[in-house]
Design a protein around this ligand. Structure first.
Ligand SMILES: [Zn+2]
Ligand SMILES: [Zn+2]
Length: 231
């Protein structure tokens, strides 16, 4: 498949740590399309605020590394005159505990994760209420969410298209020159990102912005499309 060939091609210049450029720093408090980036150490939690007067709760993407007062979601909720009970859904991008520990702060929220990620999350003492499958599209109140399997960073890794925001999670990071690379240079990660790139090259109007757990954002979809057309 062309995806695989392109992926192998990408690996030849993948830096594996010594980047050709600098990773875009996380912008703590960045607001894009009613989604707020909340820095949690070197990673991020994203909180989608409901539309005004909507009965929909706050939707979180990942929940952070801690289930105590050090979790930055709590201060964020307080600043917005919200409580933990206002969080209705938590989409987990993958099974790493640094992204899932905070779920315990939200006993009433529905926790959703890819079926490949759930066993390990549960084994770690975490919780998953709803299993997601690759390719699934769902409605969460006024929002639409589409699920993409992105193995490589770990087996249960996923990305989400939330309305017109692509939540990349740990599948990739953005660089200062507005290029996108997988978090790791392994062949599976490269293939996942190439495949996503190919998908959105056919759907250029579906993505307004791309958000990453471990970096700042990229606006528009061009950088993602260009990933799989690199030499
Ligand atoms: Zn991770
Ligand atoms: Zn991470």
């Amino acid at each position: 498949m062309i995806t695989i060939l392109l992926g192998v091609g990408c690996s030849s210049f993948l830096p594996g740590g010594t980047s050709k450029n600098t990773i875009k720093p996380i912008e703590d408090g960045l607001v894009v399309e009613s989604i707020v980036q909340i820095q949690d150490d070197h990673r991020s939690i994203f909180a989608a605020l409901p539309p005004p007067r909507s009965p929909q709760g706050v939707v979180l993407f990942d929940a952070g590394d801690s289930a105590d007062e050090s979790n930055p979601i709590l201060a964020f909720l307080t600043e917005n005159e919200l409580t933990t009970a206002d969080v209705s859904h938590i989409f987990l991008t993958h099974e790493h505990q640094s992204h899932t520990e905070g779920v315990a702060l939200f006993p009433d929220a529905e926790v959703l994760a890819l079926s490949e990620a759930a066993p390990e999350i549960i084994q770690q003492g975490g919780r998953v209420d709803t299993l997601l499958e690759a390719g699934e599209k769902m409605e969460v109140g006024p929002h639409t969410v589409e699920i993409f399997s992105m193995p490589g960073h770990c087996d249960g890794n996923s990305s989400f298209l939330f309305n017109q925001t692509l939540m990349m999670g740990d599948a990739a990071v953005a660089y200062m020159d507005d290029t996108i690379e997988p978090m790791e240079g392994n062949a599976t990660s490269i293939q996942s990102l190439s495949s996503l790139s190919d998908t959105f090259s056919q759907r250029t109007h579906d993505v307004e912005v791309i958000l990453f757990s471990h970096s700042g954002p990229i606006y528009g979809v061009d950088a993602l499309i260009e990933y799989s057309s690199q030499p």
